[in-house]
Design a protein around this ligand. Sequence first.
Ligand code: GDP
Ligand code: CA
Length: 321
Amino acid sequence: MRRFVVLSGGIGGARFLRGLRRAAPDAEITVIGNTGDDIHLFGLKVCPDLDTVMYTLGGGIHEEQGWGRAAETFTVKEELAAYGVGPEWFGLGDRDFATHIVRTQMIAAGYPLSAVTEALCKRWEPGVRLLPMTDDRVETHVLIDDGDGGRKAVHFQEYWVRLRAAVPAHAVIPVGAEQSAPAPGVLEAVAAADAVLFPPSNPVVSVGTILAVPGIREAIENAGVPVVGLSPIIGDAPVRGMADKVLAAVGVPATAAAVARHYGPGLLDGWLVDTVDEEAVKAVEADGIRCRAVPLLMTDLDATAAMAREALALAEEVAAP
Ligand code: GDP
Ligand code: CA
C-alpha cells in the first residue's frame, strides 16, 4: 500500500499526518481538508484547518498551541483593536495575516480555493497533496439558545472560540454542504487510494463535515478499499478540545465505541481505540468493524508514527480476503 487518502480537521489530523509521513516516507498522501470552519474576518478568508495542516507539516506551526504560526506577533490585531475593530476573540497574528491576504487576493482574482491552497503549499512543501474538501462555500453553524426562549444559529468559530463550547449545542449544520461539490482531485484521489484513513479528528465538525459534501462518502464507500479510523476519544473524553459537546448535539456518546458506530460498518472497516478502552473492542467488532486497542496518544513523533503503522497494519488486515 502506498497511496493514502486522509480526511483531516486541524490539530489532531495535522499531528497524525506527521506520524503517517514518518511511518510511510515513500507514500503518496492526499489530504482532504475540512473547510466548514472557514470564516471571513476583516475582509479576509481564513481557513483554520487547511492552515493548521499546512503549517504543521511545513514546519511553521506554533508547536505548543497546535495552531497559528511559530514566533508570532500581534501588532495588526492590536492596531485593529485600537480602531475598535473586532472580533478580538479570534487570534490572528501578523505572520498568519499574510497567508490570509494572499489567499483572499487570489480568490478575488478568480482562483478556486483548491488552486489557492496549492499555491500556498508551494512555499510550505507539506510533503502531502493538500486539497480542500470543496471549492464551494460551506460554513458550519451551531444551533444554541438565544437567551429569549428561542434558538439561534451561530458560526462554528463563534460557538467554539468565543463561547468555548460552554453553552448547549442543539444541532450542527454544515450550511451550503448540500449544494457543494467535491474539489477537483478529491474523488480521483479516493478512487486511486489503497486505503482511506480517518485520523483522530473531530468526528462531527471535521470528518463529519467532509463526509457531508455530496459524493465524498459515496466515493469512499464504493472505492472498495480499506477505511480505517483512529479514535479521538480516549477514556470517554476528547484528548483535547471539546468534541464531546458536538457529539452530544448529534446524539452520540463521547466514547470510542459510539464514535465507531456513528461512522458505521458501511463506511468503516477498521477502528483503533486506545489501550485504556480495551473493553470497547468487543462492542465495535460486534458492530461489524475490525477493532484493535493500541496506544493512541500523540505525545511525540515516534508515538504518532507508531499509531500510523498500526492503522496501516489494520488496513492491510481488513484488505486481506
Ligand atoms: P481541530 O480542527 O483543531 O479541532 O482538530 P481535529 O478535528 O483534527 O481534531 C481534534 C480532535 O483530535 C479532538 O477530538 C481530540 O480529542 C483529538 N486529539 C488530539 N490529540 C490527540 C491525541 O494525541 N490522540 C488522540 N487519539 N486524539 C487526539
Ligand atoms: Ca477545525
